[in-house]
Design a protein. Structure first.
Lengths: 323, 656
C-alpha cells in the first residue's frame, strides 16, 4: 500500500516538474559527437551496421544511423555527413566508390574476409528442365525455356538495376547468347520475379549475389561463365571472344570493403582503429541476414544477439585498439 | 513548320484556328509517311546539334556549389534545421538531443489526438484520431511512425509558412507572381530522382535533406491557394477594414488573412497530404521511420510487413486529412461575455488532463508507454500467405498471363515501336497542331519549344518511351476510371465509398503495389503501366465524381421534366457541364502519371527513369538535370494544352 502511495506521489511530482511529461530515461549529455553510420535496404548491411554501432557504443561512443541510397552514400561519406560505409561491394558499388575516392574525402578502410560473387543465377528447379547447367554453354539450348511473350523465341535474362552497372547485355552479345537482357529496377523486383516463378517451378534466369538472404529461401546456383581474367572489361583479347569486352563471368571472388571518411581517424581514433580491424566472413554475414530475414528479429535486436553469441570474433578487434 | 505558323495574322478567329491546326496536322502526317525518303537529319537531330548540356550543367553546378559558396549557405541553414529536427526527434522518439525529455508515451499521443478529433468533428473523428495511434502502437510500429512524424511536424509548418509568405508576395506583386509561376510548375513536375542528389549534397543526408525535399515538394499548392484566397476577398470586407483605419499590416493580419481562411486551410490540407506522399521516397535520402523500414522490408521480400506499414501510412494520412478538413469547416466559436475561463478553454483543459492521466498510467503500466518487441500483433507472415495464395489462384494467373501476352504483343509494343519510328519533326508538329487547335499560335509555339528542348537534349528516344508509357496508362485509366465515377456519382453512398478508395490509393505507398504488379505480370511494361494506372485513376475518378455531382440541380431537373432518359441526361446535360472539371482531373492524372512513370524505374523500364537511376551511380548531376528537364517540359506541355482547353470551355459554358 505504502509503495503504491509513494509511487503515485512520485509520479505526480515527476509529471508536475517536467511538465512535458515523458517516461523513460534522460541520460547525461555525451560530449562526443555521434558517429553516423549509413544503412541501406538489405538486411545483412543493416544488421552489420547495427553490430558495429553497438561495438562503438560499448567503447562509449555515440552512434546514430541514417538511411540512405546505397549509391548516393559515397558522396555523403566524402562530405563527412556520414562517417563510414561497411559494405562496399566490388561489383555494384565499385564505380561510385572509385569516383568518390578520386574526388577525395574518403578512403579504403580495408577488406572483409568475405568474398562476394554477383552473376547470372537460377533457382534449383530450373536445372530439371535444363540439365546442361551450370555451364553457360547450355544456355543457348534452353533459351526457349526462358522465353516470355515480350521476348519472342529468345530467352529472357533479368539483370540487376542499371545503377549496379552489370553489363549483362554486353556479355550476352559477346558470347553470342540467344537472350534478351532486361534490367529489373530494384532488388525487390528480382525477388518478386523469383517468387512468382516458384509455385509452378517455372525456369527463370536472374541476377543474384552472395552473401544474400535469397540463398536460404530459394536454393540455386550461379551460371559458370568463362572464368574472369583481369582486363576482361578493358581488353578485347582477354576471354574466349577475341573481339569483345565482357566475355567473362564476373570475378568469383570480388572484394567487400569498408570505407571511411578522411576525418574519422582524427576525430575518433579508437573507433577508427576498430573499424580497420573489423572483418566479417561469408557465413557470419549470412547468419546476420538470417536473424532478420528468417527469424524475424528487429535489426538492433539481431545485432545484439549476434554480438552476444560471437564475442570471440569481435572482442579481439576491440582489444587490439585498447590503448 | 514555325514558318507557316508565323505567317498568319496575330489575331485569329476560331475557324482559322481549326484550319491552321488541320494544315499542321497534315504536315505531321506527311512527315511520317515520307520517312523513308527524308534525309537523316529530319528523322532524328544530327549529333552536332546536340550540345554537351550535361557537362555544362555539371560545370555550372560545381561553380555555384564551390566558387560561389552556396554549399556554405545551405549548410548553415541545415544546422538550424537540424537543431529543430533533433528537438522534435527527442520529444517524439527519444533521440539523445536537447531537450532530453522524450519519448512521449503512445497512450498520451493517442488520448490527446482523440480529444482534438472530438473538438474538431465529434465522436467519429475522435475515434479515427485515437484509433490510428492505437493501431500504430499495437502493431509494433510506434517508434517508426514517430520517427516519420518528427520530420513531418517540422516540414509541414515550414512549408505552410513559406507558402503563405510567397503567396502574399505573389498577390501583392504581379511581377513576382509571374516569375513564381514557371518556377513552381517546374518544381512540381521535376522527377523525384532529380531532387535526390542536390538535397543530399546541399542539405546533408538524413532528416534534414528529407525535410528540405519534402518542403520543396509540398510548397506549391500552399502558394497557389494563398494567392487565390486573397484575391477572392470581397471588396466590402476590404472597405470595412479601411474605414476603421487599419494599417497595411493590420489589414493583412485582421482582414485579408481571416477572410481567406478557407482557401489557406485547403492549402494546409494539401501540404499535409503531399508531406505524407513523400514519406517513402525521401527514405532514400535519410528520412527515418516508416519509409525506410518499408524499403528494407521490400528488399527482403516481406510483403505482409510492408503491407502493414502501408496501412499505417494510409491511416495517418486519412486521419490528418479528415482532421484538417474538419478544421476548415469549423468556424471560430464566439463566447458570450462573462463565460468563465475554463468553459472557453474546455477542450484545451480536457486535453491536458487526459495527457497527464495517461502519462501516469503509462508510468505504471509500461505497455502504455512502449509496446515491447514480442508484444505486438503484427501479422506479417499471415498476410504474406494470403497475398501468395491470391496470386496463386488459377484463374487470376490465367487472366494475368493472357493480359500480359495480349497487351504486350498486340498493344504496347506496337504502340511503343511506332512512337520510336516517327521522325522527330513529325511528333513536334503533331503536338503543335493539337496546341494550335486549342490555344492558337502562342500555345503552338510553346508546345513546339517544349518538345524542341527534348529533341535538343539528345534524349529523344528515351523521352518517347516515357511518353508512350504515360499515354498508355492514362488512356487505360480513363477507360476504367470514368465509368466507375459515373456509376459512383449516382448515389451518395457509392460516391463516399469510391472517394475513400481514392484517398487510400493516393496515400498507400506505391512501392507496395509495385511488387504484386511484378508478381502478376513480370518485369515488363504491363507491370509498369498497371502501377501507374492505379495512381492515375485517382484524380480522374475523383474529379469526375465531383464534376457530375456539381451539376446544378435545376439543370438535371429541367432535363427530367423535358422527359429525357437517364442516358440522354448523362450525355447531353451532365457530362458536358462536368467536362471542364473532368479535364482538370485528366490533367492531374497526366501529372501523376509523369511522377509515377519515373518511380516505376524500380520495376524496370527503358525510359528516362532508367537513365535517371543510372546517374545515381557516380553522381552525374549534370546529366541527371538534363533528364529531369525532359520529363518536366513534357509534363508542362500537357498541362498547358489541357488548362487552355479548360479555360476556353469554361468561358463558353459561362461557368466561373
Amino acid at each position: 500500500m505504502k509503495t503504491t502511495l509513494t509511487r503515485f506521489a512520485t509520479a505526480a511530482a515527476v509529471t508536475a516538474v517536467i511538465g512535458m511529461t515523458t517516461v523513460g530515461s534522460a541520460q547525461a549529455e555525451d560530449s562526443g559527437d555521434p558517429i553516423i553510420i549509413p544503412i541501406h535496404n538489405w538486411s545483412s548491411q543493416i544488421v552489420m551496421s547495427n553490430a558495429v554501432g553497438q561495438i562503438f557504443e560499448s567503447l562509449g561512443r555515440n552512434v546514430e544511423y541514417v538511411t540512405t541510397d546505397s549509391q548516393a552514400v559515397y558522396e555523403s561519406v566524402r562530405l563527412g555527413d556520414v562517417h563510414l560505409e561497411l559494405e562496399v561491394w566490388e561489383g555494384a558499388f565499385g564505380k561510385s566508390f572509385r569516383e568518390a575516392l578520386e574526388k577525395g574525402g574518403l578512403h579504403d578502410a580495408g577488406d572483409h574476409d568475405a568474398v562476394t560473387r554477383e552473376d547470372w543465377w537460377y533457382p534449383m528447379w530450373t536445372k530439371e528442365s535444363c540439365p546442361g547447367l551450370p555451364s553457360w554453354e547450355a544456355l543457348n539450348d534452353c533459351a526457349e525455356l526462358f522465353a516470355t511473350p515480350e521476348t519472342g523465341d529468345k530467352g529472357r535474362y533479368l539483370d540487376g538495376p542499371v545503377d549496379w552497372l552489370k553489363h549483362g547485355k554486353e556479355r550476352a552479345e559477346a558470347l553470342g547468347l540467344n537472350f534478351t537482357v532486361i534490367n529489373a529496377g530494384s532488388a525487390a523486383a528480382l525477388w518478386a520475379e523469383i517468387g512468382a516463378a516458384e509455385k509452378d517451378k517455372k525456369p527463370v534466369l536472374v541476377f543474384n549475389w552472395t552473401p544474400n538472404f535469397a540463398e536460404a529461401v530459394w536454393p540455386g546456383e550461379f551460371v559458370e561463365f568463362p572464368e574472369w581474367e583481369d582486363g576482361c572489361d578493358k581488353d578485347p583479347a582477354k576471354g574466349p571472344n577475341k573481339d569483345a569486352l565482357y566475355d567473362c563471368g564476373n570475378p568469383a571472388k570480388g572484394y567487400l570493403k569498408k570505407a571511411a571518411w578522411d576525418g574519422m581517424e582524427d576525430k575518433w581514433p579508437q573507433a577508427y582503429c576498430v573499424l580497420t580491424k573489423i572483418s566479417f566472413t561469408n557465413p557470419q554475414i549470412a547468419e546476420m541476414a538470417k536473424l532478420v530475414d528468417v527469424d524475424e528479429q528487429e535489426p538492433d535486436e539481431a545485432a545484439e544477439n549476434w554480438l552476444a553469441d560471437n564475442e570471440a570474433v569481435w572482442k579481439p578487434w576491440v582489444e587490439a585498439c585498447a590503448s | 513548320m514555325t514558318a507557316i505558323a508565323t505567317q498568319l495574322p496575330a489575331r485569329i478567329d476560331g475557324l482559322s484556328n481549326v484550319r491552321t491546326a488541320t494544315v499542321l496536322f497534315c504536315v505531321a502526317i506527311a512527315l511520317a509517311f515520307l520517312k523513308p525518303v527524308l534525309p537523316e537529319w529530319l528523322v532524328r537531330l544530327p549529333d552536332w546539334m546536340i550540345l554537351p548540356w550535361a557537362q555544362w550543367l555539371q560545370a555550372l553546378f560545381d561553380f555555384v556549389r564551390e566558387d560561389l559558396g552556396l554549399i556554405y549557405v545551405t549548410r548553415t541553414i541545415t544546422a538550424g534545421l537540424e537543431f529543430v529536427l533533433d528537438a522534435t526527434a527527442n520529444i517524439m522518439y527519444g533521440k539523445h538531443r536537447w531537450p532530453y525529455l522524450g519519448p512521449i508515451s503512445w497512450a498520451c499521443v493517442a488520448g490527446v489526438s482523440a480529444i482534438l478529433g472530438y473538438w474538431l468533428g465529434g465522436r467519429r473523428l475522435a475515434l479515427l484520431a485515437g484509433g490510428t495511434w492505437v493501431w500504430t502502437a499495437v502493431i509494433g510500429q510506434w517508434d517508426l511512425a514517430m520517427q516519420t512524424m518528427s520530420v513531418i511536424v517540422v516540414a509541414a509548418p515550414i512549408a505552410v509558412a513559406i507558402g503563405v509568405g510567397l503567396g502574399i508576395l505573389a498577390w501583392r506583386n504581379r511581377t513576382i507572381e509571374k516569375a513564381l509561376r514557371p518556377v513552381l510548375a517546374v518544381l512540381q513536375t521535376l522527377p523525384f530522382f532529380t531532387y535526390l542528389l542536390p538535397a543530399v549534397i546541399f542539405f546533408k543526408v538524413g532528416p534534414t535533406a528529407a525535410a528540405v525535399a519534402t518542403i520543396i515538394f509540398a510548397i506549391p499548392p500552399m502558394i497557389l491557394m494563398t494567392t487565390l484566397g486573397l484575391k477572392k476577398v470581397p471588396p466590402d470586407v476590404v472597405e470595412a477594414g479601411q474605414m476603421s483605419g487599419s494599417t497595411r499590416w493590420q489589414m493583412l493580419r485582421h482582414v485579408y488573412l481571416p477572410a481567406a481562411r478557407t482557401e489557406i486551410l485547403v492549402g494546409v490540407n494539401q501540404v499535409i497530404m503531399l508531406c505524407l506522399a513523400m514519406v517513402v521516397l525521401t527514405a532514400f535520402i535519410g528520412m527515418p521511420g516508416l519509409g525506410a523500414k518499408l524499403l528494407a522490408m521490400m528488399g527482403s521480400f516481406k510483403l505482409g510487413r510492408s503491407f502493414e506499414i502501408g496501412v499505417t501510412i494510409v491511416l495517418i494520412a486519412v486521419m490528418l486529412d479528415r482532421l484538417s478538413k474538419a478544421w476548415i469547416v469549423k468556424q471560430p466559436v464566439h463566447f458570450e461575455k462573462g463565460t468563465p475561463w475554463w468553459q472557453r478553454h474546455f477542450f484545451l483543459l480536457a486535453g491536458i488532463a487526459v495527457f497527464l492521466l495517461l502519462a501516469l498510467l503509462a508510468w505504471i503500466v509500461p505497455y502504455f508507454h512502449e509496446v515491447g518487441r514480442r508484444q505486438d500483433l503484427s501479422m506479417g507472415r499471415e498476410i504474406d500467405d494470403v497475398i501468395k495464395w491470391v496470386l496463386d489462384v488459377d484463374w487470376i494467373q490465367a487472366t494475368t498471363e493472357w493480359l500480359r501476352w495480349f497487351l504486350n504483343t498486340k498493344v504496347l509494343i506496337p504502340f511503343r515501336d511506332s512512337m520510336l519510328w516517327l521522325p522527330t519533326p513529325s511528333v513536334i508538329v503533331l503536338f503543335a497542331a493539337v496546341a494550335y487547335y486549342v490555344g492558337g499560335l502562342r500555345s503552338a509555339l510553346v508546345i513546339a519549344a517544349f518538345f524542341g528542348i527534348v529533341a535538343l537534349s539528345g534524349w529523344w528516344d528515351r523521352s518517347m518511351i516515357t511518353l508512350y508509357t504515360v499515354i498508355s496508362a492514362v488512356v487505360l485509366a480513363t477507360l476504367l476510371g470514368i465509368p466507375l465515377a459515373i456509376f459512383a456519382s449516382r448515389s451518395e453512398k457509392w460516391s463516399g465509398r469510391i472517394l475513400l478508395a481514392c484517398d487510400t490509393a493516393q496515400t498507400f505507398p506505391s512501392f507496395i503495389y509495385l511488387i504484386p504488379a511484378i508478381m502478376l505480370f513480370g518485369v515488363n511494361d504491363v507491370a509498369v503501366i498497371f502501377s501507374i494506372l492505379i495512381f492515375a485513376m485517382v484524380p480522374l475518378t475523383r474529379y469526375t465524381i465531383e464534376g457530375l455531382r456539381g451539376v446544378p440541380v435545376e439543370l438535371t431537373e429541367a432535363a427530367d421534366m423535358a422527359g429525357s432518359t437517364r442516358k440522354q441526361k448523362l450525355w447531353h446535360v451532365q457530362l458536358p457541364l462536368a467536362l471542364p472539371t473532368m479535364a482538370v482531373g485528366f490533367n492531374q492524372a497526366i501529372m501523376f502519371a509523369f511522377f509515377m512513370v519515373i518511380i516505376a524505374a524500380f520495376i524496370g523500364t527503358q525510359d528516362l527513369g532508367q537513365e535517371l537511376q543510372r546517374t545515381l551511380a557516380g553522381n552525374e548531376l549534370g546529366k541527371n538535370f538534363v533528364l529531369g528537364i525532359c520529363v518536366s517540359v513534357m509534363a508542362l506541355a500537357f498541362d498547358h494544352v489541357i488548362m487552355r482547353w479548360v479555360a476556353g470551355r469554361k468561358a463558353a459554358l459561362g461557368l466561373d
